[in-house]
Unconditional design. Structure first.
Length: 199
């Protein structure tokens, strides 16, 4: 499941092609669905049945309308599978709502997730929050990091077509931040990771 708050579907399709992922084919095959917040806010409708929108959504009604779309998606597409949600990108919600409203909504989403964990027997979702630090305030970075079990940071590298990936946070007892730096490269649709030795 992709929660999209920054791109129209055509642009999202183009971005995902770089990772050799065809969202239209995977969506029609029942392997992916999009809760399209961007298109909901701007009144764009698609014929794809895997794209979920609500043209009446706005900052004041986001939470109940998002929850309704999510419940519908669970019933229609996910069933008894474990949902994996990727938020592309969470700073887009902060832009749509304003930072303070976003942080309030984000905390309520975390509380809803905890309530569901206590009261529901379905498989628990895995949530991945993508965040562009260049578009996010330090408050957003701090709060999202607090609620995340893992934090991975990507930064530019001196080598062409490569980025440095650092694991900043992990709940694993054997986690060693000194041994958690990697060279990351996306090449011909495949991810290449190479450990970087600490100095």
């Amino acid at each position: 499941m992709i929660i999209d708050s920054v791109l129209p579907i055509s642009s999202l399709e183009m971005e995902l092609r770089a990772a050799d992922f065809d969202i239209a084919s995977e969506g029609m095959a029942g392997n992916v669905a999009v809760i399209d917040v961007f298109s909901s806010f701007y009144g764009i409708e698609y014929t794809y049945d895997f794209v979920y929108t609500d043209g009446t959504m706005d900052a004041g009604t986001f939470l109940p309308k998002y929850s309704r779309l999510y419940r519908r998606l669970l019933t229609e597409r996910i069933g008894d599978r474990r949902p994996v949600g990727i938020d592309v990108t969470i700073d887009g919600l902060a832009f749509l709502f304003g930072t303070e409203n976003f942080l309030s909504v984000f905390q309520r989403l975390i509380a809803d997730k905890e309530r569901a964990r206590i009261t529901e027997t379905r498989k628990r979702p895995i949530n991945i929050f993508l965040l562009n630090r260049g578009r996010a305030s330090s408050d957003i970075v701090a709060w999202v990091s607090l609620y995340s079990q893992y934090v991975l940071e990507f930064s530019s590298s001196s080598a062409p077509f490569e980025e440095r990936m650092i694991i900043r946070k992990s709940p694993l007892p054997e986690f060693n931040p000194l041994k958690s730096q990697y060279s990351f490269r996306l090449w011909e649709g495949k991810v290449e990771l190479s450990p970087i030795q600490p100095r």
